[in-house]
Every structure is written in C-alpha cells, then in structure tokens.
Design a protein around this ligand. Structure first.
Ligand code: GRF
Length: 207
C-alpha cells in the first residue's frame, strides 16, 4: 500500500475546496489525509467543517504578530511539527512571505478562480466579466513569491455567458475547482509533478 501524504490546509473562508479535498481523501481519490487546518479567521465556515469532519483546526490570530514574517514563522513551525508533506491554500486571504514559502518550497499549492496569468489578485470573476472574455476558469499552481504567479499544475475552463455576473461565474468556476484541486493533489501524492522552471511536467503513472 502506498504511503499517504500528510496535508495541511490554510483557510480563511467557507472552505468548500477544503471539503472537496477532505471528501477526495476519504473516497480514496487522493492518497492523503488532511491532518491539520490553520485559519486566521475564527468565524470562517471552514472551522465548522473541520469540527464536523474531526480535523484539528488551529486559529492563529494574525493581529497578535508584529509582522507578516513573524506570523508566517509561527505557521511554518506548526506545519513542521505536524510533519506536513503538502500545504494547500484554500481561500486563505493572506499573501505568504518568503519565510513560509521557502520553508515549504515546491510543496505549497493554491487555487485561483481564473485562467492565470489572466486576472490575478482580487475579484478575478468580476475582472473576467468586465474584460468581456468568452472563457475563464480556474488554475491550480505551486506558490512562489509573486501574486498568483507560480508554476501552473492544472487548469479547467468554463464559458462566460452574456448574462453572467460575478456571482454566477463564481459558482460555475467553483464547481470546477472542486474537481481539479483534488486531481492536482493526487498527482503530487503520486510523485508525478516535476517543477522545471516555470513549467510543471506531469510524469506518467508508470514512472
Ligand atoms: C475560491 O474561489 C478559490 O479559488 C479562492 O478562494 C475561494 C475559496 O473558496 N482561492 P472556498 O472557501 O474553498 O469555498
């Protein structure tokens, strides 16, 4: 039997991606286990999900820290103690500093609701509507020191309809997020992701 990877999630919001990943682990779609969740928002919907699922959820109040670096150092130390193999950002509303990124280099993933490099940053669905693109989607990528700029692992495409608004588009993209994020994590768990500069090569399952 293959060894399961130990996954930690950083969350600030509803946690629907976290839920899809927890479900993927339980259903055997991901050879992994979410061993820890860290949130900087005590009221996040994700906290209730953790409680229901029996996943330890640690609240780290960023206001206790004098700098973003000291917050990240505390998070990195907690993740190391939990012997985490992969860190997933699932609606974590903070930019990571090099302190955390370098501690888990090549082992932090994020999902962003646009086809990067289009529409990085805030309100990507509104940006897509405003720009008038016909297609948008979501991107799973490794985290580097830029904003939504790291090597791309998987993407999924959705159409933008004439009467779409930010919310309708958000829902359509979210549905795809819940499919591709678990897939990307499983590729990582299988050791099939090789970062080569900006590109991520997906190795065949036979090795
Ligand atoms: C998603 O849209 C994701 O792409 C972005 O933050 C949102 C998180 O949603 N990074 P949820 O908390 O997983 O429902």
């Amino acid at each position: 039997m293959t060894q399961k990877i130990r996954i930690a999630a950083l969350v600030s919001g509803r946690g629907t991606n976290l839920q899809a990943i927890v479900d993927g682990c339980r259903q055997g779609l991901i050879d992994g286990e979410v061993v820890l969740t860290i949130t900087n928002r005590a009221q996040a919907g994700a906290v209730d999900r953790c409680r229901r699922e029996g996943i330890p959820c640690l609240y780290v109040d960023n206001r206790r820290f004098s700098s973003r670096e000291s917050f990240d150092a505390e998070v990195a130390s907690t993740l190391r103690q939990a012997r985490v193999d992969l860190v997933i950002l699932a609606g974590f509303m903070r930019l990571l500093t090099p302190v955390l990124i370098r501690a888990f280099d090549g082992r932090i993933m994020n999902i962003h609701p646009s086809l990067l490099p289009s529409f990085p940053g805030l309100h990507p669905q509104q940006q897509a509507v405003d720009h008038g693109v016909r297609f948008t989607g979501c991107t799973v990528h490794f985290v580097d020191e830029g904003v939504d700029s790291g090597p791309i692992i998987l993407q999924a495409v959705v159409p933008v309809l004439d009467d779409d608004n930010e919310e309708s588009l958000r829902q359509r993209i979210l549905h795809q997020e819940h499919i591709v994020y678990p897939q990307a994590i499983q590729l990582f768990a299988q050791g099939r992701l090789k970062i080569e500069g900006r590109r991520v090569r997906i190795l065949s399952s036979s090795g």
